[in-house]
Design a protein around this ligand. Structure first.
Ligand SMILES: Cc1cc2nc3c(=O)[nH]c(=O)nc-3n(C[C@H](O)[C@H](O)[C@H](O)COP(=O)(O)OP(=O)(O)OC[C@H]3O[C@@H](n4cnc5c(N)ncnc54)[C@H](O)[C@@H]3O)c2cc1C
Length: 500
């Protein structure tokens, strides 16, 4: 196991994709086995030293940014241990890069849908944040695919959890037994989850709660994820994909509403049940007018003068391809899409180009923010379906009135968009932070969540406090204490820097 203490060795581990400043650490450790991790944690726990778990540091909320103590990087635990084609499952170490895993799975004719746009992240990081993304519209977030976890707890003890093996009793207390036979009981937080399609704000709760779900999305605060068993799907025969441009936002929104409705109807049964339609999108992504002109710097072929665009995909087979093409075409005509200037494909190569187009947007946003020497101010809230159109209007009107540069894009199928503010100087940054607070307040007033997919980390802990209130924050703190009594893991995540 490598241990490094030199400033130049630590430098890359002191921030993540959020560019959160101020990170510092005494030591970087790069374990090569579970027993290495166990040893590091046992020692740190005895001394009460903070341990920050680092994946690929592509997180956007400062979750992997240390404020003292040890950084534990999982980059060397990067083996795909098995892919079981017949059993549709895989076992991986946490440091496997998501893109490598997806490639390996596809080479076996299988499919792993979680797709958080940034493919350089580690599978362990995606489990720790319950990452989702465009394809979650059809397949769900990372949680839906995790069937087993090996975890090292704060005191170095090992925990082996299989989905379905430990549930909370009466929805109140969850009990797990470590490999050495120690029983740990934790009270499940009793807050009511908002009625939104995606939510990663705070510890997961459900009645009854499967213990494995507590650790998924726990943002490095309950244990180190050291091995992951995943469910896989057969690789779809093909995909029909399109990026469609609209001249009017109301038409675009009506199109999305109809696609969403048809997709839900057609998923209810083994055969399509929406009369006369087989439309069942696997992703529906949105770009507003400003996002399109922003992205045209990298993709000059982007048509100008459009109100917005939708990127969609649907699984196809040789039998369904032609009929699906006609059905999508009919929908596009009905909703006045600019079909002539839109892009369609059924080839893997062009589909990759479309995904690159989508990926270029958050990347360009991050580049712009760095160029402006500012921190990214991007929203990740989601609101209930019935409030979505109103929330989008609120975003647009407020941002247009502010005069600050911005782009809006994201997972419109899940009623979840990212508004990214691009301040040019400190005065605009100050106003942007103020606007961010207004968006949080509006989302909460509409029954939404402060974070649908990026997590809370350190940067959003104060908003989690607003969303949860003191009572539920205390319940979550008690839950953390059950697994990490000295509060050494992921210090500052969820509960704020300065807290445990
Ligand atoms: C351009 C861009 C686009 C993105 N788009 C999306 C998107 O569409 N959807 C989405 O969900 N996310 C998105 N993300 C963020 C996404 O959450 C991260 O990319 C990913 O989930 C984190 O993985 P990582 O390995 O980089 O983890 P890190 O950033 O290193 O860590 C994230 C958190 O997980 C903890 N952690 C990491 N590994 C472990 C482990 N093995 N055990 C316990 N805790 C651990 C860390 O302590 C930290 O709290 C995007 C990021 C970027 C930069």
């Amino acid at each position: 196991m490598q241990t490094k203490t030199q400033v130049e060795d630590l430098q890359n581990y002191l921030t993540d994709a959020s560019n959160m400043p101020g990170g510092y650490a005494d030591r970087l450790v790069v374990p090569e086995s579970i027993s290495d991790i166990s040893g590091v944690l046992r020692e740190a726990n005895e001394a009460g030293v903070a341990v920050t778990i680092a994946g690929a540091r592509t997180g956007t909320v400062g979750g992997a940014v240390p404020f003292g103590g040890v950084v534990l990087s999982l980059e060397k635990l990067n083996r795909i241990k098995s892919i079981d084609k017949a059993g549709l499952s895989a076992v991986v170490e946490p440091g496997v890069v998501l893109a490598d895993f997806q490639k390996a799975v596809e080479a076996e004719g299988l499919f792993y849908p979680p797709d958080p746009t940034e493919w350089s992240c580690q599978v362990g990081g995606t489990v720790a944040t319950n990452a989702s993304g465009s394809r979650s519209f059809k397949y769900g977030a990372t949680r839906e695919f995790v069937t087993g976890l090996k975890i090292v707890l704060a005191d170095g003890e090992l925990l082996n959890l299989k989905r379905g093996s430990a549930f909370s009793a009466d929805g109140k207390e969850v009990r797990v037994v470590s490999e050495s036979g120690r029983s740990i009981a934790a009270r499940v937080s009793s807050y009511r989850r908002p009625d939104v399609r995606k939510n990663v704000s705070g510890y997961y709760n459900a009645e009854p709660l499967d213990a494995i779900d507590l650790f998924i999305g726990s943002e490095g605060t309950l244990g180190v994820i050291t091995e992951i068993e995943l469910r896989l799907l057969p690789k779809p025969e093909g995909f029909f994909s399109g990026i469609i441009f609209f001249e009017r936002t109301d038409k675009l929104l009506a199109f999305v509403d109809e696609v969403r409705l048809l997709s839900f109807e057609n998923r209810k049964g083994p055969v399509a049940i929406a009369p006369g339609s087989d439309v069942d999108a696997s992703l529906i992504e949105y770009f507003d007018d400003r996002a399109l002109s922003f992205i045209s710097e990298k993709f000059p072929e982007t048509p100008s003068g459009m109100a917005g665009a939708i990127f969609f995909e649907q699984e196809t087979t040789a039998e369904t391809e032609d009929s699906l093409f006609e059905q999508w075409n009919a929908l596009l005509e009905k909703h006045n899409a600019d079909i002539d200037r839109s892009w369609f494909t059924t080839t893997e190569q062009d589909r990759e180009k479309m995904r690159a187009f989508r990926h270029a947007l958050p990347v360009s946003v991050n580049e712009r923010v760095v160029r402006n020497k500012q921190k990214k101010i991007g929203t990740d809230m989601a609101v209930p379906d019935e409030n979505f159109a109103g929330f989008l209007k609120f975003y647009k009107e407020t941002l247009d009135a502010s005069g600050i540069d911005y782009v809006i894009f994201g997972h419109i199928g899940d009623c979840h968009l990212h508004a990214n503010l691009l301040p040019k100087d400190e005065a605009e940054a100050e106003r942007s932070r103020h606007l961010y607070g207004r968006f949080i307040a509006q989302a909460l007033m509409l029954g939404g969540t402060i974070s649908a997919e990026h997590g809370v980390g350190k940067l959003k802990s104060k908003y989690l406090n607003v969303m949860m209130g003191e009572r539920y924050m205390n319940e979550m703190a008690e839950l953390k204490k059950a697994f990490d009594p000295k509060g050494i893991l992921g210090r500052g995540n969820l509960f704020g820097v300065g807290s445990v």
